[in-house]
Ligand binder design. Structure first.
Ligand code: ATP
Ligand code: MG
Length: 568
């Protein structure tokens, strides 16, 4: 590609509304342009990168035995009503009407469509197992689209679905896909981790998310330093602490006129935060009513774990009125002692194991110290794991301690079991001629998100540093030739042609820009190899070579250059 004929449109300006590096760099490099919130145009440069990711995904899916198809993006309401998701999917589902008042949605995912396809196409166990996939545009009306294509409303996904006669066959394909994902992210040159994920409302079966590790990631991942255990913090278990110590202190009031947080109280009293207990007031269903959830001062409540407890499925934060009504105090001074009305105390396991702790007194301006279960208040009604794990916690598998890293979810594999097939009556005849509901798996990859995630992991002050397999071009030949010297043009053209013949995807920067401007562009867009052809170099019989990660350029003769590029 001659850059004089390509639309490259870069800028030095850091866009004001872009918070993270990948979003800033994609805009500065001119890879994407915003059309509306969460909706982007991919420029010729952006599309080159997107297609490269897509191709790696396609090759590895094909190699793993999946077959490509293409389903429509607009889907009829009736299909979504069969699974109950027309309502349940919530606000992310973009609903549209046609001229005949027929209702449709713009597909956020394709379980319904693919299950409909399967129930019509597949009749016998002999046709199973089958894994199909597509690389297709999805639309989700995200509440907070942000970070450019990282969390967009319209985005490109690879979604695969597998169909099986039984759970064993599904399990086999699940791990086949898991390994294909490992190969895809490895080939793309990303540092990633597969983590145990919450199976959510679908429940039961296995699920893993693949995360690209980056500080800007929206997800927190807990991983062990002593084993390959890794899980989303949402679901990593905080293991049981040791035995509770015997009470050693008497109960006493502590004056805390303005101290409303555990941190402030601990500081005032000169005690570690781990001696304090945080009280979170919630309303559960009628079986539990007003709930006080207790975690240690240095811990945080895990809402997902909490929501799995009896009566807490639909819980919400209590209002200030409800709080005063049940506890007789304002937020900041709450605790489990002497409530005005009946409450349900749910204590984290670490709180249940504490002695001589500090909590709010249920009187404004006061906390109480030296509190002990059984002696000063009844044992908690419920003791459960309701906190997020923290750095240094023991790993739930008993091997090593946990660290916390941030991750960007780029892929998800999921054993759906018969959830969709049963709802949509997708059956095949088994060996005995009996109808059997198929087992299903689904496997997603955020193709467009990968582009942003790769930049989060690979950039410097000058711009993007593409892993080779994702780069828009493998190399760029830069011509510096202010006087229009014919021999220089000829040499640059010849090198450009030779590199292409050797199978490289090469850009030829024939725009005639000043070297500084040209080099800044090439660094910004992250091309792995830069080769300069200039009259001065030709005189010396050399080309100037610089790898994107190199600190300096070097002058190489032709054979050394080709060797450097791996095509000698
Ligand atoms: P998230 O938790 O990030 O919203 P999800 O669990 O909703 O993701 P899936 O339904 O599993 O995502 O979709 C498969 C893949 O599609 C995800 O792993 C992610 O890489 C990508 N993806 C999901 N939502 C978006 C989005 N709004 N923008 C870009 N990519 C997305
Ligand atoms: Mg989502």
């Amino acid at each position: 590609m001659r850059l004089s004929q390509f639309h490259l449109s870069t800028t030095k300006e850091v866009p004001a509304d872009a918070e993270i590096a990948s979003h800033q760099l994609m805009l500065r490099a001119g890879m994407i342009r915003k059309l509306a919130a969460g909706i982007y145009t991919w420029s010729p440069l952006g599309l080159k990168v997107l297609r490269r990711v897509e191709n790696v995904v396609r090759e590895e899916m094909n190699a793993a035995g999946a077959v490509e198809m293409l389903m429509p993006s607009v889907q009829p309401k009736e299909l979504w009503e069969e699974t109950g998701r027309w309502e349940k999917f919530g606000g992310q589902l973009l609903k549209i009407k046609d001229r005949k008042h027929g209702e449709f949605c713009y597909g956020p995912t394709h379980e319904e469509v693919v299950t409909d396809f399967a129930r019509n196409e597949l009749k016998s166990y002999k046709q199973l197992p089958l894994t199909v996939y597509q690389i297709q545009t999805k639309f989700r009306d995200e509440i907070r689209p942000r970070f450019g294509v990282m969390r967009a409303r319209e985005f490109l996904m690879k979604d695969a679905y597998s169909f099986h006669i039984d759970a064993d066959s599904l399990d086999t394909e699940y791990w086949n896909m898991y390994r294909a994902y490992e190969r895809i992210f490895t080939r793309l040159g990303l540092s990633f981790r597969a983590v145990h994920a919450d199976t959510g409302a679908i429940g039961g079966s296995a699920s893993h998310e693949f995360h690209v590790l980056a500080d800007s990631g929206e997800d927190a991942i807990a991983f062990s330093d002593g084993s390959d255990y890794a899980a989303n913090v949402e679901m990593a278990e905080a293991v049981s602490p040791g035995e509770r110590a015997a009470p050693a202190e008497d109960l006493r009031d502590v004056d805390t006129p303005t101290q409303t947080s555990c941190e402030e109280v601990a500081e005032l009293m000169g005690i570690p935060l781990t001696r304090t207990v945080k009280s979170v007031a919630l309303m559960g269903d009628e079986t539990v009513g007003f709930v006080l959830a207790l975690v240690r001062g240095d811990h945080g409540v895990n809402e997902i774990k909490l929501s799995k407890l009896a009566g807490m499925g639909e819980s919400r934060l209590a209002t200030e009125d409800e709080i005063r009504d049940h506890l007789g105090a304002n937020p900041g001074f709450l605790g489990p002692l002497k409530p005005q009305k009946a409450i349900t105390v749910i204590a984290d396991r670490s709180v249940a194991a504490m002695a001589d702790f500090v909590v709010g007194a249920n009187r404004d301006g006061f906390h109480i110290a030296g509190v002990n279960w059984g002696r000063d208040l009844p044992e908690p009604a419920v003791v459960a794991d309701i906190r997020n794990v923290v750095e240094g916690d023991p790993s739930p598998d008993g091997k090593g301690t946990l660290g916390i890293a941030r991750g960007i979810e780029v892929g998800h594999v999921f054993q759906l079991g018969d959830k969709y097939a049963a709802a949509m009556d997708a059956t095949v005849l088994d060996e005995n001629g009996k109808a059997r509901v198929m087992s299903m798996g689904c496997y997603g990859i955020g193709v467009s998100r990968i582009v942003a995630a790769a930049i989060e992991q690979n950039h410097d002050e000058a711009g993007i540093i593409w892993p080779q397999p994702m780069a828009p071009w493998d190399a760029v030949v830069c011509m510096i030739n202010p006087k229009g010297d014919a021999a220089t043009i000829e040499a640059a053209e010849a090198l450009y042609a030779d590199l292409q013949k050797a199978g490289m995807d090469v850009a030829f920067d024939d725009r005639g820009l000043r070297p500084g401007v040209m080099f800044a562009d090439i660094e910004l867009i992250g091309v792995p190899h830069r080769i300069v052809v200039s009259p001065r170099g030709l005189e010396a019989g050399t080309f100037e070579y610089r790898g994107r990660r190199d600190s300096e350029a070097q002058n190489l003769d032709r054979s050394a250059l080709l060797e450097k590029l791996g095509i000698a």
